[in-house]
Design a protein around this ligand. Structure first.
Ligand code: INI
Length: 160
């Protein structure tokens, strides 16, 4: 018989790591507020929320790796804001943050959600950090919790 597996973003009993970049702090602090509020709303105990601050989005994957491994978090979220400048630096930082985050998730098998805004200007970023376009920090926590719960279900299906 067909098996359909899905899960809800329930944070009860889970330990959540949040890596947040200080670069463009006016944006990332709002993402962090949204992320912490989502943890609280979804039942993650305050003592089970670990926030690691890093200089910029480029450093997020390394902090995510430590949160997933040494800190044994059940789910990890990375938060940052990369805003396009006049050089290609933007592209390198975006690629490092996204590729690195994906790699940490696959290598450690820990659910990791990507809450890094990649925008053309500050207004676009602020809109997505608690403004008109929602809060991507909140969305990232919901995605990470859903994946953590899905992992529990998938891993509890007996192999044939
Ligand atoms: N880091 C960001 O998080 N956002 C940016 O927009 C950004 N820009 O534009 O340069 C940025 N650069 C710093 C980078 O993430 C590293 O911290 C730095 O290169 C040191 O490794």
């Amino acid at each position: 018989m067909r098996k359909e597996l899905h899960a809800e973003p329930d944070g009860r009993g889970l330990k959540v790591g949040i890596a947040v970049a200080r670069f463009n702090e006016v944006v990332t602090e709002r993402l962090l507020e949204g992320a912490i509020a989502a943890c609280c709303e979804r039942g993650v105990a305050d003592a089970d929320v670990i926030v690691a601050r890093v200089p910029g989005a480029f450093e997020l994957p390394q902090a995510a790796l430590w949160l997933a491994t040494t800190m044994r978090c059940d789910a990890v979220v990375v938060l940052g804001a990369v805003i396009r400048g006049e050089t290609s630096h933007y592209d390198y930082v975006c690629a490092a943050a996204s590729d690195g985050t994906l790699r940490v998730g696959l290598d450690t098998k820990t659910p990791i959600a990507f809450g890094v805004l990649t925008c053309d200007n500050l207004a676009q970023a602020l809109a997505r950090a608690g403004g008109d376009a929602g809060n991507k920090g909140t969305d990232a926590v919901l995605a990470a919790l859903e994946m953590a719960q899905l992992k529990l279900r998938v891993c509890s299906v007996a192999p044939r």
